[in-house]
Design a binder for this molecule. Structure first.
Ligand code: SF4
Length: 370
């Protein structure tokens, strides 16, 4: 038996034992329903567990079946996703639900290739659903797993390089295949492929963290090359980060006779279909908001009250959004969007930044007793 095979076997047994005693009790871990697991996996992309829990619970209550997700109005799915960001995820989730209804009679497919063919489901998510819901030995490789594997095997090359990435997928496959076939030492009856993949995710989230990993608590420390060589801090080697760019925008909350102007972001752009207040990019200038307002609406505002500044990041952009509020006697000549009542603002799915503006504006209205 080669040293590598022994190491794979030892790592698998240690991870399964550790997971059996240390797994967090997460709501999607109490079910084997592939739909519920799929929703959790899509929400967990780019988002932390503690943020996802209430979203997942609301979603599963509102849309408990694939058929319900397929038939839900676009406004409802966006509202249920509001604040999670990366909205392409939820649109693809609905498209995939519609494909499952049309092509699989509303039952989530069990074979890996059919799962992988669904919109918004890549190799990682297909592997996660097939292993967690159906206990198939399908590998997973995401940021957490990459970190664990590059450290365990002291892989110093950039995990995004094609050859290294293929090597990591192969290791992930060896681990989950070993879990499926090896004689169990972990408590029975454990769905071993499922638990092995979840143990890798869990180890990366709780112990083998990006900074200051808890090696002394780690169940696979004895076989970890990075620990042995004291190189945990330098792995994984993620290469140089792309520099971010600063951009500035000005937004306006404009009220006319109890109604506020909002608009929906068009298809094909970031945050498509979500709502926002009228705004323009002012990067590179320090423009007077009155002048900007006149340019956007074709009328001079009687007064512009500062509403707040929201700083956030989208992809590689650091965005500063400065907002003002005003009331006009009549609708401005230049405008695009829809007028809605103050009390209806809460029903719209806003982008995260504009949701904060909406809350601030509504709070100001409430305090003013208008
Ligand atoms: S020993 Fe440390 S670096 Fe190695 S897998 Fe465990 S936590 Fe990660």
């Amino acid at each position: 038996m080669t040293g590598h095979k022994v190491k794979i076997e030892t790592v698998v047994q240690s991870l399964l034992l550790w997971f059996a005693g240390n797994a967090r009790d997460l709501p999607w871990r109490r079910t084997r329903d592939p739909y519920a697991i799929w929703v959790s996996e899509i929400m967990l992309q780019q988002t932390q567990v503690k943020t996802v829990i209430p979203y997942w619970e609301r979603w599963m209550q509102a849309l408990p079946t694939i058929a319900a997700a397929a038939a839900a109005p676009a406004d409802q799915i966006h509202k249920l996703w509001e604040g999670l960001g990366y909205y392409t995820r939820v649109r693809n989730l609905q498209k995939a639900a519609q494909v499952i209804v049309a092509q699989h009679g509303g039952t989530f497919p069990e074979d890996y290739e059919s799962v992988l063919a669904l919109p918004g489901i890549g190799r990682y998510t297909a592997g996660a659903i097939c292993s967690i819901a159906f206990n198939q030995p399908t590998p997973i490789l995401d940021g957490n797993v990459i970190r664990v594997l590059t450290r365990l095997f002291a892989i110093a090359e950039n995990p995004k390089d094609k050859t290294t990435n293929a090597r990591l997928w192969h290791l992930a496959e060896q681990l989950v295949s070993e879990a499926a076939i090896s004689p169990p030492r972990a408590p029975r009856p454990a769905p071993r492929a499922s638990f092995l993949n979840q143990s890798l995710m869990e180890l990366g989230a709780l112990i083998c963290t990006p900074r200051q990993p808890q090696c002394l608590l780690c169940p696979v420390r004895a076989g970890c090359e990075a620990f042995r060589q004291q190189r945990t801090e330098e792995l994984p080697n993620l290469g140089a980060r792309v520099a971010s760019t600063a951009r500035a925008f000005q937004a306006f909350v404009v009220e006319v006779r109890g109604q506020v102007l909002v608009r929906q972001r068009p298809a094909g752009m970031v945050n498509a279909h979500l709502w926002e207040f009228p705004n323009v990019e002012t990067t590179g200038h320090q423009p007077d908001p009155v002048v900007v307002f006149q340019t956007v609406f074709g009328v001079k505002p009687p007064i512009l009250e500062p509403l707040g500044v929201v700083k956030h990041s989208i992809t590689r952009y650091r965005i500063t959004l400065t907002a003002h509020q005003t009331g006009l006697g009549r609708r401005p000549p230049k405008m695009e969007g829809q007028w809605v009542k103050w009390e209806s603002l809460g029903e719209l799915a806003f982008t995260a930044a504009h949701k904060r503006l909406a809350k601030a504006a509504m709070e100001r209205e409430r305090r003013a007793g208008r």
